[in-house]
Design a protein around this ligand. Structure first.
Ligand code: NAD
Length: 379
């Protein structure tokens, strides 16, 4: 079974879908890997290392895709999917991030073209699938980098320092939304010496906040029904969000850096910081909004931009994991390798829908959108 790794199409993308160590593992399992020339270069993996690991280097995208059963890339939706589709042939399987709940049209396009689609965001949150969970990998990187970006843009140093020029108070960092990214941001800001506080609607987050040495912020409002059966946050009512914004204003006014990560799969991110709250914040404060790509947790965030309003710097990173291409590719490639080892049997993809992981990630198969959630969204 031939697997193609193409050079990423997304503008400015630095990552690659498999690294040489993944190639070794997959070739030992009997798979053939074709890597488009230069695909790993920006992530620090040159063609020679892929060859040493057992891959074949393809001169261009067409050669990489020829006779491939499976195609791997990071971005499988929007303009990138439109650019890739004419190069794919019926019966091929595309494995990529597709943002299927926000944009189920990608699954329909794949079905119409006779391409089998595997959307990596749909890996279920079960223990067996943890090693295949690219969302967690990307969130780990984003949380870490958010703390560093906050430290870089802050007008203050993070740690307390006793110097000959006097004592410097530690910076105060507040994390809103403590899933994988938020917890990593807490831990990183703590390691840098800041005083770290955090808040999440899920009661279970409290213990995790304490476990990395941060302080949970308690609001006297209770969210109901905070978690879906799939382990994701549930969308809260407009009334709850309004109460939350009000209760949060005092906490925000004391912070030097705020990192927001609150996300609801397939929905616009909840607004946790309004312009009115922002006006109460300290001049020179910094907001890193990790929900920028899904609408932003701050009302004034602009995705992919750094803007300053009322003296507060608001940064809305896009495609953030690509700022750490080497480790991000290692994590993504390892997640994909684990998924492929599950799905490949006797030189073919084994579409065993009795397996919860395979069933959940498959969005299109044999010309049909097969995922029930997406069928419902598509109407
Ligand atoms: P996420 O990216 O979906 O959302 C980020 C966080 O924002 C969540 O913790 C959520 O509760 C929070 N949030 C949503 N609305 C909010 C609001 N109005 N105010 C404040 N916070 C709000 O989260 P995630 O990183 O996917 O993690 C969610 C949970 O799932 C975590 O406990 C994580 O450890 C767990 N998880 C489990 C697995 C697995 O078992 N395989 C994999 C990944 C994550």
């Amino acid at each position: 079974m031939k697997i193609a790794v193409i050079k990423e199409i997304y503008p400015g993308e630095t990552r690659v879908a498999l690294i040489p160590a993944n190639v070794s593992k997959l070739t030992q399992a009997g798979l053939t890997i074709a890597v488009e020339r230069g695909a790993g270069e920006a992530a620090g993996f040159d063609d020679e290392r892929y060859v040493e690991a057992g891959a074949v280097i393809a001169a261009d995208r067409t050669e990489a895709l020829k006779d491939a059963e499976v195609v791997l890339t990071h971005h499988g939706r929007g303009d990138e999917l439109d650019a890739l589709l004419p190069h794919l042939t019926r019966g091929q399987t595309l494995v990529a991030m597709m943002d299927p709940l926000a944009g189920p049209q990608a699954a329909q396009k794949l079905a119409d073209a006779g391409i089998n689609g595997v959307a990596l965001e749909l890996v279920p949150r079960i223990t067996r699938a943890q090693a295949m969970d690219v969302l967690s990998s990307n969130a780990t990187i984003a949380g870490y980098k958010a703390a560093l970006l906050g430290a870089t843009h802050s007008h203050q140093l993070f740690p307390m320092m006793m110097t000959a020029a006097g004592t410097l108070k530690p910076a105060r960092v507040f994390i809103m939304g403590v899933g994988v990214a938020g917890l990593q941001a807490c831990a990183t800001a703590k390691r840098l010496g800041a005083v770290v506080e955090a808040y999440d609607i899920r009661p279970a987050a409290r213990e995790q906040i304490l476990s990395v040495g941060a302080r949970p912020v308690e609001l006297n409002i209770e969210a109901e029904d905070t978690e879906t059966s799939g382990g994701y946050a549930k969308e809260q009512s407009a009334e709850f969000i309004a109460k939350q914004q009000q209760a949060m204003a005092d906490v925000l006014a004391q912070q030097d850096v705020v990192i927001t990560t609150a996300a609801i799969p397939g929905r616009k991110a909840p607004v946790l910081i309004t312009e009115a709250q922002l006006m109460q914040m300290k001049p020179g404060a910094v907001i890193i909004d990790l929900a920028a790509e899904t609408g932003g947790n701050c009302e004034l965030t602009e995705a992919g931009q750094t803007v300053i309003h009322h003296g507060v710097t608001i940064i809305g990173p896009k495609n953030f994991a690509a700022t750490v291409p080497n480790h991000a590719s290692q994590m993504f490639g390892t997640n994909l390798t684990n998924l492929l080892m599950l799905m490949a049997k006797e030189g073919k993809i084994n579409w065993d829908f009795e397996d919860e992981i395979i069933r959940d990630v498959t969005v299109s198969k044999d010309g049909e959108v097969v995922n029930p959630r997406l069928r419902e969204l598509l109407g």
